[in-house]
Design a protein around this ligand. Structure first.
Ligand code: AMP
Length: 419
């Protein structure tokens, strides 16, 4: 039986890993500059946490969660996103009593049973940030600017930072009604999902990728002119701060988020280089969520980056090249050579030099082939002849130059090339 991975879930092989590591280390470094600390939560939670947190009327909760009963009949789900878990951990740990304000960054796999296509998977990875306890629009703007800076720091420039306000409990229902009425006039032109949305959650129609729906709602009334005074002031203030931070953005009133908890600020980073799955990151403000999940009435704002999509964009911009190998290969011929080499290799590795060697007594030719395959920059050859002289041959694989050194001097030699 030959097994394959589950549809929509992929392996990340060593040949691809350097882009992932770069993304992760850059995120921890950049977000650390703004005070975000790493948090790690389990990938399985009670299903109810997501139903409450994300909203029962959302696609994610309705159709896309991997949920199952465990042996003691608890209903559990693989996390489809990170925010609900992070808020749960914040409340459960009592961090809100000790710290009040908290800034977290998380990295990890998320699971949604979507229809797989380019840029959309069933297991995908996100880097996310959450700032809890802050209501001033400065934090919204700072987070948006931080995301923008993060992408630039990776070398990306093919993206647009788009912002919107989704209103609040006071003004959004009013707008929903107006927009719902508008959708009714287009009923016949809408897909079945959007027809259903008229009753459940009209705003979601803006998320629909169906070209007929996009055309039908092109002239729809927009939320921008239906915001209450507080929401409008908040939104203007976010824009003022973004200008002070020097972050370029566009206002797009058609940005709605797929998760119910967002209110006021919503934002996305989009690109035209990836086809229809064009959002590389998105987030917004979620002031009611901490309370809804059993905590105090504290505001919050956060966003999540889709790592697969960012890596695709890095590849499209030639920024995802594999790091040059820094491996040294020891080609050893015969038992005496091994005996001499083993302690040298051991101490070199402990000095921080990456070494691979032949374990199986292959011919020199086949050992050199392996060294080539792993792109070793240097090969150390110790054969019978060398052993007899107490020497090793050091071959520079790029220039093909060789030099003979005393086995006892190998450590010094590598420490020398390291500096
Ligand atoms: P969300 O958690 O839905 O707000 O999404 C945040 C970001 O995660 C999106 O902008 C995408 O970049 C990424 N994302 C969401 N769903 C998927 C998926 N199924 N496959 C790959 N990336 C995704």
């Amino acid at each position: 039986m030959k097994y394959s991975s589950i549809k929509g879930m992929s392996d990340i092989m060593p040949s691809e890993i350097s882009a992932w590591q770069k993304l992760e280390s850059t995120a921890l470094e950049v977000f650390g500059l703004y005070g975000y600390l790493e948090i790690r939560t389990p990938i399985v939670e009670k299903t109810d946490l997501f139903v409450r947190g994300i909203g029962s009327n959302t696609m994610v909760v309705e159709k896309e969660m991997y949920s199952f009963k465990d042996i003691s009949d608890d209903m559990l789900s693989l996390r489809p996103e990170g925010t609900a878990s992070v808020i749960r951990a914040y409340i459960e740990s009592g961090a809100y009593q000790a710290e009040g304000i908290a800034k977290y960054v998380y990295i990890g796999p998320m699971f949604r049973r979507e229809r797989p296509q380019k840029g959309r998977y069933r297991q995908f990875h996100q880097i996310g940030v959450e700032a809890i306890g802050l209501s001033d629009p400065l934090i919204d703007a700072e987070q948006i600017a931080m995301g923008d800076f993060f992408f630039k720091k990776l070398g990306l420039s093919d993206f647009t930072t788009e912002i919107n306000s989704l209103g609040c409990k006071k003004c959004r229902p009013e707008y929903n009604k107006v927009f719902g009425e508008f959708l009714k006039t287009k009923h016949a032109r809408l897909c079945a999902d959007c027809q259903r949305r008229i009753l459940t959650n009209p705003l979601r129609a803006f998320d629909c990728k169906n070209p007929d729906c996009i055309a039908a709602i092109k002239e729809a009334p927009l939320i921008g002119s239906h915001l209450c005074k507080e929401c409008s002031d908040h939104f203007l203030s976010v824009q003022k701060r973004l200008n002070q931070l020097g972050t370029k953005f566009v206002v797009n009133h058609k940005i709605v988020r797929g998760l119910d908890y967002y209110m006021r600020t919503a934002f996305e980073y989009t690109t035209d280089k990836l086809g229809s799955q064009n959002a590389i990151a998105g987030g917004g403000r979620y002031d009611g969520l901490v309370h809804d999940l059993g905590g105090p009435n504290l505001p919050g704002v956060g966003f999540a980056i889709g790592m697969e999509r960012v890596i695709m964009l890095m590849q499209a911009s030639n920024l995802a090249a594999a790091a040059e190998s820094d491996m040294v290969f020891f080609a050893l011929l015969g038992e005496t050579a091994r005996e001499k080499a083993i302690p040298v290799i051991n101490s070199l590795r402990q000095d921080g030099i990456k070494i691979e060697l032949d374990y199986d007594g292959h011919s020199l030719k086949s050992q050199m082939r392996r060294a080539d395959k792993m792109a070793a920059h240097t090969v150390v050859i110790i054969g019978d002849e060398e052993v007899a002289k107490g020497k090793a041959v050091i071959r520079n694989m790029r220039t093909k130059e060789q030099e003979e050194v005393n086995i006892g001097d190998l450590a010094r030699h590598f420490v020398r090339i390291e500096v």
